[in-house]
Design a protein around this ligand. Structure first.
Ligand SMILES: Nc1nc2c(ncn2[C@@H]2O[C@H](COP(=O)(O)OP(=O)(O)OP(=O)(O)O)[C@@H](O)[C@H]2O)c(=O)[nH]1
Ligand SMILES: [Mg+2]
Length: 327
């Protein structure tokens, strides 16, 4: 069978489990996850190389995780939606992911419109099927059967609303149904040579992943408005043998949020810093010296200029052109 390769874009509402699926398929944590909606803010590329097996061609699947589709009410929201559109542009296959436990007509309709506009085949991925089962005995056969029975009307509803190429129920969290999903993906992407070398799993620089790892700690440690009002910029990133020195600024929008992020006697920032450092050490395989600062930048979510600065693709371009000037 000829080698296959293609770009596969995952779209869905906030919190559907898109990033969990990306990480599960790539086998590495490329995207941060949180129970709060609107966690992902950029498109995130992850590469899966698959050896051929009986009935399935060898393939390279280039996945694009995207921010959750929502009605934007800020420049940040509009930027997130433009990331979704850019990811959809020119991809070979779309995975429309929905939480099987939560269907909302309005957003679903909008998602299906996005898929149909791009004129690309789409697989419906019904996620979180583990939650359809009896919570107390999720693994026993009766409970699995109950889960399947609940799925049937959901599948019927979606198949009558859109012409999906396939409908695949999964649990991204429990890694159920992923082999079948990959098989269906490989069947639907074109024949062609790989886009990336076999040892590459993403195009994200470690510097950006470090900023995200810090933001993930903020998402975990804070609530209400704070997680949404926070962004992280790496100011210093230096690799020196077995040590990486990182200095990062956590930006928020108001003094009150800054006070929360610092915590009483600086306890909160200290705790987030320790958790982020441990995570970064694991991710980078070096010791990490991490310095965190908190700054207020009022209403940054509505500043196009600042939002442009946050774009790592743009940051990378600026860093490389500066280095070019120096050499
Ligand atoms: N029970 C269950 N929970 C899941 C599953 N997949 C994801 N989750 C949880 O759902 C929440 C959201 O997961 P994410 O992967 O961050 O969702 P997302 O679609 O990327 O969200 P945004 O980036 O905000 O658009 C997290 O708490 C996950 O642990 C699943 O299959 N089953
Ligand atoms: Mg996400």
């Amino acid at each position: 069978m000829a080698f296959r390769s293609g770009f596969v874009c995952i779209i869905g509402r906030p919190n559907a489990g898109k990033s969990t699926l990306l990480n599960a398929l790539v086998g590495e944590k490329l995207a941060i996850i949180s129970p709060k909606p609107q966690t992902t803010r950029n498109r995130i590329l992850g590469i899966v190389n698959l050896p051929g097996r009986k009935g399935m061609a060898a393939a390279q699947v280039v996945l694009l995780d995207t921010p959750g589709v929502h009605r934007p009410d800020s420049s940040l929201g509009r930027k997130m939606m433009s990331e979704v559109r850019e990811a959809l542009d020119g991809c070979d296959l779309i995975l429309v992911m929905v939480d099987a436990n939560k269907q909302s007509e309005g957003t679903d309709e909008f998602l299906l419109k996005l898929a149909s506009k791009s004129n690309t085949p789409a697989i419906l991925v019904l996620n979180k099927v583990d939650l359809l089962r009896n919570r107390r005995h999720p693994s026993n056969p009766a409970s699995r059967l109950q889960g399947k029975e609940k799925l049937l009307p959901i599948i019927e509803r979606y198949s009558s609303s859109y012409k999906f190429a396939e409908i695949v129920p999964i649990s991204a969290l429990k890694r159920e149904g992923l082999d079948l999903l990959l098989k269906k993906i490989v069947e639907k992407i074109p024949s062609g040579s790989p886009y990336f070398p076999p040892d590459e799993i993403t195009d994200q620089p470690a510097r950006f992943m470090a900023a995200e790892a810090i933001r993930e700690q903020v998402l975990q440690a804070t609530s209400e408005e704070v997680p949404y009002a926070v962004t992280v910029i790496i100011e210093q990133y230096e690799e020196a043998g077995k040590l990486t020195r990182i200095a990062a600024v956590i930006y928020c929008e108001r003094q009150g949020q800054k006070a929360i992020l610092l915590g009483k006697n600086g306890q909160m920032i200290k705790q987030m810093g320790t958790a982020a450092r441990l995570q970064l050490e694991q991710m980078l395989g070096t010791k990490v010296f991490l310095e965190l600062f908190v700054k207020v930048r009022e209403n940054w979510r509505d500043s196009n200029e600042f939002i442009d600065e946050l774009d790592w693709r743009r940051q990378l371009h600026q860093l490389t052109s500066k280095q070019g000037l120096r050499s």
